[in-house]
Design a protein around this ligand. Structure first.
Ligand code: ZN
Length: 347
């Protein structure tokens, strides 16, 4: 008896596309679609789009001949914002995507949304409003320490032009970020700080005038820290829990006087140097992982433009965007005065 059947590429693609069209709201059912076993056969795929049905005991033999038992391994799946899906076999990938740019990776066209229990669901961008109406949230309402999370931080502000724009972006995506503000700039912009705190962002201290703290006389050091603490407390109703020393420079004296966690960083975007939103987005997306603290500055338009792109991209990859305090307290129980934090991996 003949065991193998080969089909033409056109028929296969049509069948797969029809099936995928039916499941675009139920991504979790993918596996049922891609590895069907019908009438005792297993469907296998080649990188040039051929399909082959073999008996289960032949699967390993076929794998050794270069066939795949999952279509994801033989082909690239691409999606549109509304959840249409297309399958392009590996040998055709380059030529196909040169001609049609509306097809993107799943992460670029969908995002995670959370229910009241904290469970997440991947939702296509076109369906976000519908899920909001159903009571889903763009960000988790309670933090599970095991959830992948990243703390995005912005130094040297606030800026009258850029910081409000950044707050709009945080509000739009339900993202929490941390601002390490200079007392000298915060003095005339308390309304910006107060709004940041109201939408769940954190306001930390970057000292009053950005001096290198390790060189200062004790009374000057005290004043750099305490004056800024007072301004933040007045603006937000809460003293800062985190201090970022200018230039990342600290010593035991600074740690003792900080009355806050010393918050450094593990990903430096160098946004001040490039001033280029594309480069900043690329840097964040290729370097930021679970537990990282990412350094940017909210006084540059390019950094804020970049945030409007990397924030939804990180969320769509499954990261909760949290403040420094949220990251540290959820994973370490509390944030200790004088302790230096660079990143906070899940233990
Ligand atoms: Zn700075």
């Amino acid at each position: 008896m003949e065991k193998k059947f080969f089909y033409g590429l056109t028929i296969i693609l049509t069948a797969i596309l029809v099936t995928l069209g039916l499941v675009h709201h139920h991504l979790d059912k993918k596996a049922e679609v891609y590895a069907p076993v019908n009438d005792g056969y297993v469907t296998m795929y080649s990188s040039d789009g051929r399909l082959c049905r073999v008996y289960p005991d032949e699967v390993e033999t076929y794998k050794s001949l270069g066939w795949y038992d999952k279509i994801e391994d033989a082909a690239t799946l691409k999606y549109t914002d509304s959840g249409e899906c297309i399958v392009v076999f590996k040998d055709d990938t380059d030529s196909f995507f040169k001609t049609d740019s509306k097809w993107k990776d799943l992460y670029d066209v969908s995002t995670l949304m959370y229910d009241a229990n904290g469970d997440n669901t991947r939702v296509f961008l076109a369906d976000v409003d519908e899920y909001l109406q159903k009571g889903y949230f763009k960000a988790p309402q309670t933090l599970d320490p095991n959830m992948p999370m990243i703390a995005i931080t912005f130094d040297d502000g606030p800026s009258k032009e850029q910081t409000p724009r950044l707050l709009d972006i945080c509000e739009k995506y339900g993202a929490h970020v941390t601002f390490f503000v200079l007392g000298s700039r915060a003095e005339g912009n308390k309304d910006i700080l107060s709004r940041a705190a109201q939408i769940g962002c954190e306001v930390g201290s970057h000292t009053y005038s950005h001096k290198q703290l390790t060189n200062l006389a004790p009374d000057v050091l005290d004043n750099e820290i305490s004056s800024t603490r007072d301004i933040i407390t007045e603006a937000t109703g809460k003293p800062p829990r985190a201090l970022r020393p200018p230039y990342g420079a600290y010593n035991t004296v600074v740690s003792e006087k900080a009355k806050a966690g010393i918050t450094l960083w593990s990903v430096d975007t160098q946004d001040w140097k490039s001033g280029n939103a594309d480069k900043i987005v690329e840097h964040v997306l290729s370097h930021a992982h679970d537990g990282d603290i990412v350094l940017l500055h909210d006084i540059y338009a390019a950094s804020v433009d970049a945030a409007d792109r990397f924030i939804p991209a990180l969320q769509s990859r499954g990261y909760a965007l949290v403040t420094v305090e949220e990251l540290i307290t959820s994973r370490r129980g509390s944030m200790e005065n004088g302790t230096a934090y660079y990143s906070v991996p899940n233990k």
